[in-house]
Design a protein around this ligand. Structure first.
Ligand SMILES: C[S@@+](CC[C@H](N)C(=O)[O-])C[C@H]1O[C@@H](n2cnc3c(N)ncnc32)[C@H](O)[C@@H]1O
Length: 251
């Protein structure tokens, strides 16, 4: 794997993420112009998987103070936070920010430490929310956490509107759902549309979808605003990204 980053600040090499499937990213074929090919399903697309995983993580946190997995590593998280901080004109510190599928909540913890004050995390796993609340209390931070299934329209409507909607790894998880991933992805896209203010920004980090696939999938309601640079690698003459971070705004 060869480094081919365009920006020295963002050119560090990251290991491939364990849950990337062999079929993931730009290796997939037979894409039609108007749609993307679904990913191969996985247990990571199920609530049972996440409940079991956070059950273990809560135990680890209680036993050793280990907060657990930060998906796509802490550098991915830091890159997003640095980018948000640079948007002082558009993103104020008291703007409402929601993290979709917040897991252990470490993205929100870092934002709170940087001074952002209107933070909400939602996850459909009660165990994830229990873990996130415990970390937040121990660190004496003020973050709102709610158990919420993003595919439940009534639940999503009850959450309100946000200036920034953030997702790292949750759209990926939903895309791996073994039942009907296309329908689930469409529900998720509708949820983001519902949650985002008309002048808001949706920040999405994925390890399973390319930038082109994300743009295509969200095209009905969203347009690409900016791509946050992520590390690249070169393989067989082609350059690819280990993760993709994009910012969408409403059409
Ligand atoms: C890969 S983890 C990412 C966790 C966190 N965002 C991070 O970056 O460390 C995916 C998260 O999405 C949550 N999730 C998956 N489907 C969801 C849904 N339909 N509604 C809410 N949360 C969901 C899982 O419980 C899990 O916490």
């Amino acid at each position: 794997m060869t480094e081919a980053g365009t920006d020295a600040e963002f050119s560090e090499e990251s290991p491939a993420t364990a849950w990337q499937t062999a079929e993931s990213s730009s290796n997939r074929r037979n894409e039609r112009a108007d749609q993307v090919e679904e990913l191969e399903s996985s247990e990571l697309g199920t609530k049972e998987y996440w409940e079991a995983s956070y059950d273990t993580e809560i135990q680890n946190y209680k036993d050793h103070g280990d907060v657990g997995e930060v998906w796509f590593d802490e550098d991915s998280q830091l890159r997003i936070i640095r980018w948000i901080e640079k948007q002082e004109d558009r993103i104020k510190q008291d703007d409402a920010i929601i993290d979709l599928g917040s897991g252990n909540g470490m993205m929100l913890v870092e934002l709170a430490r940087e001074g952002y004050s209107n933070l909400t995390g939602v996850d459909y796993s009660p165990k994830a929310i229990e873990l996130a609340k415990a970390i937040c209390t121990d660190q004496e931070l003020s973050i709102t956490y709610k158990v919420a299934d993003l595919l439940d329209d009534a639940v999503v409507r009850s959450l309100g509107k946000f200036s920034v909607v953030h997702d790292k790894g949750t759209y990926d998880a939903i895309s791996l759902n073994p039942d009907d991933s296309k329908a689930m992805r469409e529900l998720y896209i509708g949820a983001v549309r519902q949650l985002l203010r008309d002048d808001g920004m949706f920040i999405l980090t994925s390890c399973n979808w390319t930038q082109a696939e994300l743009v295509k999938s969200f095209a009905e309601h969203f347009v690409l605003h900016v791509v946050i640079p992520t590390p690249t690698f070169k393989f067989g003459g082609s350059v690819g990204n280990v993760v993709t971070s994009v910012v969408f705004v409403k059409k």
